[in-house]
Design a protein around this ligand. Structure first.
Ligand code: PMP
Length: 410
């Protein structure tokens, strides 16, 4: 545990009702938190309590219930601001998920500030959510995508990155942590290099926020996107952080209620951020649930969570390396608790199905990172991802099930 804060996993597991479930007569071993994390009781109760006792639409109501619901929604914004270290609450925009956050930037910043021939620099590690919106923008505006490669470990080279930053680079869009192979990018250095040339930086933080301390001011990025559901919150709520002057210069994304100042048939004027980007009735209960999730993470302590997950990653990496014919994909020195691997001669989907028989839930496939799979010469991997509620004993179950699978297909 490297002398860092300890985490009482037995107590934590009691906070997650779903972990009491059995799958095929065996205790559930949930190793798919990188896809979506399970929800603690604090989140479930906050949502239930909101709907049962304080529910109404927000912002325009003059009656008490609406005022209470509005206060809860806006207090969620304050909580997110504090959690990611944003300088101003107006920099926090609620969206559906990380995907929508990135699309929002592509549709607003991209449409108005980027021109034909401008380059958007990404890495080979990106999730489709941080590739496709830029390609769609390219189809509309003629912008170009440049891709920073990764080496056999799954790491980037900073000199190669610096060399790709050029006159035509008008946006850098980086994942903080790779969902497919776990690489943690040297983000602070990468952002500093881009900012030294005045290039804005967007960070896809979907895989970082649940596992490590994030401070957007310290990072120096212009945009930071993440999803509530990977942070133990409900699905359907996500966050786009944007530096205030950037947001103020951006046109609206969706048009409708709540994002306007005045409307007439001749001319409509738009609200200031964040409302400008939050058209229509938002996921109010989602924000309430997200606030509870952040409260939960802060109570456990993000440093303790990170240390625990790193200890699980170390144990699992060592144990899996001993399995015959197992190849780990992605061996970055700075890595989150994501273990991607292939078993020689056995299709990843067959491995996943066999593990399910043992109650072990892992993800198999391309993990929405097809170009990265091509880079490593595999069509798919098996991915086990670890969270604060996983235990060393669960790694033993995974290893035993993998050995059985090996024998079954061997
Ligand atoms: N980026 C990364 C790195 C991810 O892992 C994910 C989810 N797998 C996303 C973006 C997209 O998240 P969502 O589906 O919640 O929009």
């Amino acid at each position: 545990m490297n002398g860092r804060a300890e985490l009482d996993v037995a107590t934590i597991r009691k906070d997650f009702p779903i972990l009491e479930r059995e799958i095929r007569g065996k205790p559930l071993v949930y190793l798919d938190s990188a896809a979506s994390a399970q929800k603690p009781r604090a989140v479930l109760e906050a949502i239930q309590n909101f709907y049962a006792n304080a529910y109404a639409n927000i912002h325009r109501g003059v009656y008490q219930l609406s005022a209470e619901a509005t206060a809860l929604y806006e207090s969620g914004r304050d909580r997110v601001q504090g959690f990611i270290g944003a300088a101003d609450r107006r920099e926090i925009i609620f969206v559906r998920n990380a995907t929508e956050a990135i699309n929002l930037v592509a549709r607003t910043f991209g449409e108005t500030q980027l021109e034909a021939g401008d380059e958007i620099l990404i890495t080979a590690l990106e999730h489709h959510a941080n590739i496709v919106p830029w390609q769609m923008l390219g189809e509309r505006r003629g912008t170009k995508l440049k891709v920073l490669p990764v080496d056999d470990r799954g790491e980037i080279n900073l000199d190669a990155y610096a060399a790709l930053l050029g006159q035509r680079t008008k946006l850098v869009a980086l994942t903080h942590v790779s969902n497919a192979i776990g690489t943690i990018l040297p983000l602070k250095k990468m952002i500093a290099l881009a900012k030294a040339q005045g290039i804005p930086v967007l960070v896809d933080g979907a895989q970082a926020v649940p596992h490590t301390r994030v401070n957007v001011e310290d990072l120096g990025c212009d945009f930071y996107a993440f999803s509530g559901h990977k942070l133990f919150g409900p699905s359907g709520i996500g966050v786009l952080y944007g530096r205030l002057p950037m947001l103020q210069a951006m046109p609206p994304f969706l048009g409708g209620g709540d994002m306007i100042e005045t409307v007439s048939f001749e001319k409509t004027t738009y609200a200031e951020p964040p409302n400008r980007f939050e058209a229509g009735t938002p996921d109010i209960a989602g924000v309430v649930g997200l606030e509870a999730a952040i409260g939960y993470v802060e109570k456990v302590g993000i440093d303790a969570i990170e240390a625990w997950e790193q200890s699980l990653l170390e144990k699992a990496t060592a144990a899996l390396a001993k399995i015959d014919g197992l190849r780990i994909i992605g061996q970055a020195r700075e890595k989150a608790a994501v273990l991607s691997f292939v078993l020689e001669g056995i299709h990843a989907h067959d491995v996943g199905t066999a593990l399910d028989q043992a109650g072990v839930a892992v993800r198999v496939g391309h993990h929405c990172a097809q170009p990265l799979m091509v880079r490593f010469g595999v069509p798919a991997t098996v991915r086990a991802s670890f969270s604060l509620y996983n235990t060393p004993a669960e790694i033993d179950v995974l290893v035993a099930a993998l050995r059985e699978t090996r024998e079954l297909f061997g």
